[in-house]
Design a binder for this molecule. Sequence first.
Ligand SMILES: N[C@@H](CCC(=O)N[C@@H](CS)C(=O)NCC(=O)O)C(=O)O
Length: 246
Amino acid sequence: VNARLYGFGISNSTQTAKLLLRFKGIDATFVELRPLMYPLVLRLLGFQRGTVPALKLDDRRIDGSLEIAQALEAIVPEPPLYPADPERRRAVEEAERWGEAELQMVTRRVARWALAHSNASRVRVMREFEVPLPLLMATLHGPIARRAARRAGADEASVRQDLTDLRATLDRVDVLIANGVIGDPDAPNAADFQIAPSVRGLGCLSDLTPLVEGRPCDALARRLLPDAWQLPAQLLPPHQLAAAGL
Ligand SMILES: N[C@@H](CCC(=O)N[C@@H](CS)C(=O)NCC(=O)O)C(=O)O
């Protein structure tokens, strides 16, 4: 098959699509989109949703990480993304849907709000990544960051709730591992690939690393995604970190 994946590197759902393609042994061309214009670019390319990941598979256009998993499973059944046993399969599908609909959004809201809520946070990121003219670039990126946060529904209150619930959210992933739904190194499944990037993304926010580090879900995320960026500390303000018990 001819596969072309549109996405961007730091996006959790793009990482899911990359893991799925690699697992199925499909050598896709990766097209890295720029954060500002990509919803429009994707629509011009004929995709419906304007979100990443978006996959062109021969003549088909597939939006969304869940849909990509299903399409790949249909054209390349081996190795399987879902267990053969019906009960185990239901558990994996449920975990995958939770990872896609809820966990992904936690990482997305927290990360986008961290960049949107203060110029000082953006300056820290620009400095960390040695972007030239960090003060100017942080200011210029303010409107982009705020719009991205709004699109994800990330505001003061939703992020406070995400942080209040964060330990319980990570516990839920650890329970999935303890119950054998995900985390088998010899037979990773669609839920592993859906959940790991969002856990990895939370751990990469240095403010939150202490909450993630050392957990079974952290080990799983690091095993599947050994290379990751690390964002500097103090992107989230103290009152929000207090909501997470930090
Ligand atoms: N649940 C969808 C979510 C995809 C999604 O929202 N991706 C983000 C990037 S991580 C995006 O493209 N957002 C579009 C926007 O901000 O307008 C999936 O797994 O494919």
